[in-house]
Design a protein around this ligand. Sequence first.
Ligand SMILES: [Zn+2]
Length: 354
Amino acid sequence: MGSYLELNNITQLSYKILSEIPLCDRCLGRVFSILSTSLTNEERGKSIKITLAMEIDSLIRERRVKDLSEVLPVLKNMGTIGETVLRKYGVNEPVNYACWLCKGRLSYYESELYQGVKKLVTEKSTRIALGVRLSRELSASENTLISKYKLTYYESIKNEIKRETGKRLKQEGFIIDLNTPELFIIYDVEANVTYLEWSKERVFGTYSRLVRGIPLETWEEKEDMRTLTKAKFYVPFSEPKDVRIFCEYPIFLEKLPENAIEGFQIRVIKKIPRRNRILLSSTPKSRKYRVTLYTKRQISGIKITDNVYDVFIEARDYKDLLLKIKNALSDAEIISIDAISLDQKTQEMIKRNE
Ligand SMILES: [Zn+2]
C-alpha cells in the first residue's frame, strides 16, 4: 500500500512503527513528546492513535485499501482503538495490548519511585532530585526504537518517569530541585528497589533514646534532638516522642554531633562519601515493642503488679501497634511503650553498612 505516504509525518511515522510493533499510548506519545508541551504522553499517543484509526477507516471506505489484511497488523498493534475499527469490519482476531517497549509497566515504575520518595523523604523541606536506572533490556529496546525509526522528537523513558512522578510529588509539597538537591532518590528497575544518595558527605550511625518526651525535631518543643546535636540529620523512620527506643535506629547526620545528649545514645558507624548508594532504603517490615498496660482482665504477659502487665507485641509501626492493642485488648489502658527491636532484615542492612 502506498497510500500512507499521503499522510502527514506524524501519522506516517506512527503507521510505520505500529505496523511492526505494538506500542501503548504513553510510549507512542513519547515518540513525539518534544513537539507539544501541553499534553501528557498518554493523551498525545491516544490522539495519534485515534487520528490514525480515522485515517485508516477513511482509506478503507474510499477503497484505497485493496484488502483489509494490508492494515491488519497496524490495527492489531494499536490495542483498543484498533480493535474498534477491526470489529466494525467484522474482524475478530486477537489484538496486541502489551506494549513492545515498556510491557505496560511505566505506571508501576512511577508508583515505585513515588512510594520510595514518600518512604525515604521524611521532611518535605529536603531538596530532592529523582533518578531512574533502567534495566539493560529496557535500555536496549529503547535504543533500538530510536535508531531503527530515526526518532528525533523522542523523550526518554527515564525522563518521563521522573517528570510525571515529580509533578505528582510537587503537588503534595515536596521540593524537586535538579540544580542543588540535598538528596537523590533513585529507582532501579532491574533490582526493583528505591534507594537514596546524598549530594554531600554524611555521617551514618545509629541512635537509641532512653528517655521519654524529647522528640527528634519539632516546632512546638524547646528542646529536640536537632537543637541538642546542633546538626541537621535525617532518619528513615522513627517513633513518637513518648516511645523510648532501646534498640538501634539508623540516622544520617550532616556532621559529627558536637555534644553528647543526655538520654540519647548515638553511635557513629562511618562517613559516607557523596553520591554513594545507601542500602538502607526502606522502612522495617516489623518492629517489636514492649507495652506496659493496666487492665482488670487476666492476660498473658509479665505481671508487674495487680492489673499491670508487660506485653510484647510485634507490629509494622507505632500506628499498627495501637491498632493491634485496640483490637486485642480494648479495655486496657496504655501506661508506656518502648521499641525493643527491629526486624532481621533491617538489622542486617545496618550491619552491612558498618
Ligand atoms: Zn509502553
